[in-house]
Ligand binder design. Structure first.
Ligand code: DC
Length: 223
């Protein structure tokens, strides 16, 4: 099985690019952020303070988290049998996901599930610690990034399109807060793996980013 690991900060375009490249290569796309978001969503709907590590960890054994793929490779998240794919994108869930993902107990709970997916499929998996922790032996590792301003601009366009616009400053602040949380936590912080290729998409549009990504992959594996 072939594994391609894509890590990087939020809003760098990982999921859009990874999904598109996975469809081109016929690989399974795995969005690991969505799995952390599913736990965060559970804390949101059941009124658990995400800062209360003990309560968050106590809730885990009661959670049945599954990942399925629909037509066009779209990933769906199931929480105790319920499709929460849309709910986990609520803005209230993003910062909660960053908070709960800092707990080693949460990361350990999800580790085997992610590795199992890579054992049984050719995968493109995106997240924060895929190349460093989840799949240290991945065939290709890419660290995908862009300036915080570029990421905030893209996110602003996305939110406008979705009909839920937000001011640029608010979006930028949230991106910077998540960057800080994700890269300063003790457990599996966001960092570039030593053997990862850096791809900075600040000055690239989608098509150019996709070409650059495919070129890196083609250089390392025979397609
Ligand atoms: O990629 P995303 O924005 O949907 O991820 C949501 C949060 O989950 C993000 O703040 C960091 C965390 N996360 C993580 O810690 N490790 C991963 N492999 C993926 C996401």
């Amino acid at each position: 099985m072939i594994s391609i690991a894509i890590d990087g900060p939020s809003g760098a375009g990982k999921s859009t690019l990874a999904r598109s490249v996975a469809a081109k290569l016929g690989y399974l796309y795995v969005d690991t952020g969505a799995i952390y978001r599913t736990i965060a969503y559970h804390t949101y709907e059941s009124g658990i303070d995400p800062k209360d590590e003990d309560r968050v960890l106590a809730a885990l054994p009661g959670l049945d988290i599954r990942l399925t793929h629909g037509p066009e490779g779209l990933q769906h998240m199931l929480l105790n049998g319920r499709d929460v794919t849309k709910d986990i994108r609520l803005p209230e869930v993003s910062l909660r996901a960053s908070a709960v993902s800092a707990y080693p107990g949460v990361r350990a709970f999800l580790l085997e599930m992610q590795r199992q997916l890579a054992r049984s499929n050719n995968v493109i998996m995106d997240g924060r610690d895929i190349g460093t922790v989840v799949l240290p032996d991945a065939d290709v590792k890419i660290f995908l990034t862009a300036s915080a301003e570029a990421r905030a601009r893209r996110r602003m366009a996305e939110l406008e399109q979705r009909g839920t616009p937000q001011p640029f400053e608010t979006i930028l602040r949230e991106i910077e807060e998540r960057d800080y949380n994700d890269s300063h936590r003790a457990a599996a912080p966001l960092k570039q793996a030593e053997d990862a290729v850096l791809l900075d998409t600040t000055a690239l549009d989608f098509r150019q980013s996709e070409e650059a990504l495919l070129a890196i992959i083609r250089e390392r594996i025979k397609l």
